[in-house]
Design a protein around this ligand. Structure first.
Ligand SMILES: Nc1ncnc2c1ncn2[C@@H]1O[C@H](COP(=O)(O)OP(=O)(O)OP(=O)(O)O)[C@@H](O)[C@H]1O
Length: 368
């Protein structure tokens, strides 16, 4: 029993116990289990600590601070509470046999079973959403059949080399961008053979002067041919996402992509269903033009997370066609919010992966 006048002290256990009741919506686990609680300092009844997020979520920091503070307030006799929220993105494990690149913490392949499902649009907007949440992000446009990132991003210039050896990425809307389109003219691609293309993409990946990226999104060619297969083997991928529309055919193709990554031991971080519905701009009625729940059903059948659904929205098409994706054109709009939610869920999935430890151990050399 505490005596009158005696100063009661709060214990770290009580602090952890209180925070373990706060579950992060994107991580789907609490901050203690996610090892996000750092630097707990207890001074009598006053508590200060940091919640270190493993994924960029600037727009959520205030909300998280308030939730953690409210949970701590329930501790009997607690005094002043100070909660800081910050983000630390680290390098996570990639598929066996390859090592992460020094200037890129996490590479995520964005793929689709077939063309035209909105893979490039999704890549551009997710990259911009991650950047808006505070991450350093790049895009490598590897879609040999239609490298559309430069035009989606409103870029007309070609990259240059400041050291005569490596290419400098083009900086646009805060992103670092490189495209296979810069390396070929419009007639060449059909004449290129798969090994040449793969080599060119690997070269772009390794010889671009990426500047300290948290995430690099690769806009992959659609389908599951040789190029995709080799890239899944050679590029150090933290994971992949599959973009699909809800149509049966698209889902069927997307399934092949999913299986290709699984076979290559690339972690499938989730499925994004694009053009999932259409909201009538006049009456607000929701129509499922291309069918319903294709991505969701696929994620259930294959045990892969659904990262979210993007409705068919004219602003998405108009803004991207104008070289200013919707996330930068209307950052406070509904569509930007949808891309931000998907981006946070995706980055949270990355954050839950084991950290890369390949740099910790020196290579084993045979004794003389
Ligand atoms: N959610 C959406 N709402 C409206 N239009 C969209 C949406 N997603 C994509 N689009 C439009 O659909 C067209 C195809 O999109 P995009 O180029 O991103 O597809 P893709 O899968 O990358 O195709 P490809 O592999 O052939 O390059 C574009 O005109 C784009 O603006």
């Amino acid at each position: 029993m505490q005596k009158k006048g005696e100063k009661m002290s709060i214990t770290p256990e009580a602090v952890n116990q209180a925070i373990s009741t706060v579950v992060d919506d994107n991580l789907q686990t609490d901050y203690v289990s996610a090892r996000s609680v750092k630097n707990i300092q207890i001074d009598g009844n006053d508590v200060s600590l940091t919640i270190e997020m493993g994924y960029p979520a600037k727009s959520l920091h205030e909300f998280i601070r308030n939730r953690v503070t409210a949970a701590l307030r329930k501790i009997d006799g607690i005094g002043k509470i100070h909660v800081d929220v910050d983000t630390k993105i680290v390098t996570h494990e990639v598929q066996r046999g390859v090592k992460p690149l020094p200037d890129i913490k996490n590479i995520i392949a964005v793929s689709s079973g077939k063309g035209g499902v909105g893979k490039s649009t999704t890549t551009a907007n997710l990259a911009l959403a991650l950047a808006a949440e505070g991450a350093r992000v790049g895009i490598l446009d590897a879609d040999i059949y239609g490298p559309s990132q430069p035009s989606l991003m409103g870029i007309s210039e070609k990259p240059t080399s400041s050291d005569g050896k490596n290419m400098d990425p083009i900086i646009q809307y805060g992103l670092q961008l490189m495209s296979i389109g810069f390396m070929m003219d419009s007639v060449q691609p059909l004449a290129w053979r798969a090994p040449m293309i793969t080599q060119a993409v690997m070269q772009l990946l390794q010889q671009t002067k990426w500047q300290d990226l948290d995430y690099l999104l690769i806009d992959m060619p659609p389908g599951t041919g040789d190029i995709q297969l080799t890239l899944s083997q050679k590029a150090p991928l933290t994971g992949a996402i599959v973009v699909t529309t809800p149509q049966d055919v698209a889902v069927l193709d997307a399934r092949k992509g999913l299986m290709m990554f699984q076979k290559m031991n690339v972690d499938v971080l989730g499925i994004v269903e694009n053009m999932s519905s259409y909201v009538c701009s006049h009456c607000g009625q929701i129509e499922h033009i291309f069918g319903k729940d294709g991505g969701k059903l696929m994620s259930e059948a294959y045990g892969v997370d659904s990262l979210g659904e993007i409705p068919l929205n004219i602003a998405v098409r108009e803004q991207t066609d104008n070289g200013k994706p919707v996330v930068v054109a209307e950052p406070d709009g509904l569509m930007a919010g949808i891309f931000r939610d998907i981006a946070c869920r995706l980055a949270a999935k990355v954050a839950l992966k084991p950290k890369d430890t390949s740099g910790l151990f020196p290579p084993i050399v045979k004794a003389e």
